[in-house]
Design a binder for this molecule. Sequence first.
Ligand SMILES: Nc1ncnc2c1ncn2[C@@H]1O[C@H](COP(=O)(O)OP(=O)(O)OP(=O)(O)O)[C@@H](O)[C@H]1O
Ligand SMILES: [Mg+2]
Length: 246
Amino acid sequence: MRTYTRTGIEGIDTMLEGRGIPKGHVVLVLGPPGCGKTTLGIQFLYNGAVKFGENGILVLLEEEPEMVKLNMLRFGWDLERLENENKIAIIDASPIRFITKSVSLGEVTIGSKEFQLISLIERIKKECERINAKRLVIDTLSTFILQYPDEVERREAIIDLVRGIAPLNCTTLLISELTHSSAERKYQIEEYVAHGVILLQRFFRAGSLIHAFIIEKMRGVNHDTQPRPYKITQDGIVVFPTEVVF
Ligand SMILES: Nc1ncnc2c1ncn2[C@@H]1O[C@H](COP(=O)(O)OP(=O)(O)OP(=O)(O)O)[C@@H](O)[C@H]1O
Ligand SMILES: [Mg+2]
């Protein structure tokens, strides 16, 4: 029987039939800058560790861990303590970006991009085993994707990444920037590859800024398909599952 991973964010779990994300699913979280993607990802990990006894891995490809920890303290989430208790592991993956030469592994020489992907997956695996992680957040995929301007190569790299993390059986949030904000946007390759897609959108209506939380797809769940308003509060992201965006 299928089991589910509750996000612990009530409004979101309600939108997901009250159950949450199917365990092991890789869910893409897309949104414009500053809409709360990192907050959502860390809230998912924090709730896992504190409310559900499920440890989690945070992979940072863009932001400095120290800065993220400091920002998250504002919501009362002490990541440092959870790290010390081995409930959360933070992988600072930014140095991976700076490996530019090709690398020899035994007799095989591989290009820098492939090496980066392999070494990233290896690091995630190692940490996952070390703390017995059930949740994984990668923030952000955009940095990783930028290395592949060629569409075919990019598709392959994303598929390789998703295939590489799938055996870990962690429920995963892959955070990515939204390159087009309109509903008529061109779908990004990663949206087809992921098991689920969550969209955070922001727009002006009658002079006020509205934030909308949309579950665009979630395989195996009869989820709410309506956009629902959300706010970033002092306790993190709050989604209002019975309200409409107008
Ligand atoms: N304590 C707080 N209370 C309410 N809102 C906050 C608080 N701290 C931050 N915010 C809001 O959260 C936003 C940043 O959230 P977050 O870093 O999660 O967004 P993001 O989508 O990851 O951004 P980026 O695209 O830059 O990575 C800030 O711009 C601010 O509006
Ligand atoms: Mg962020």
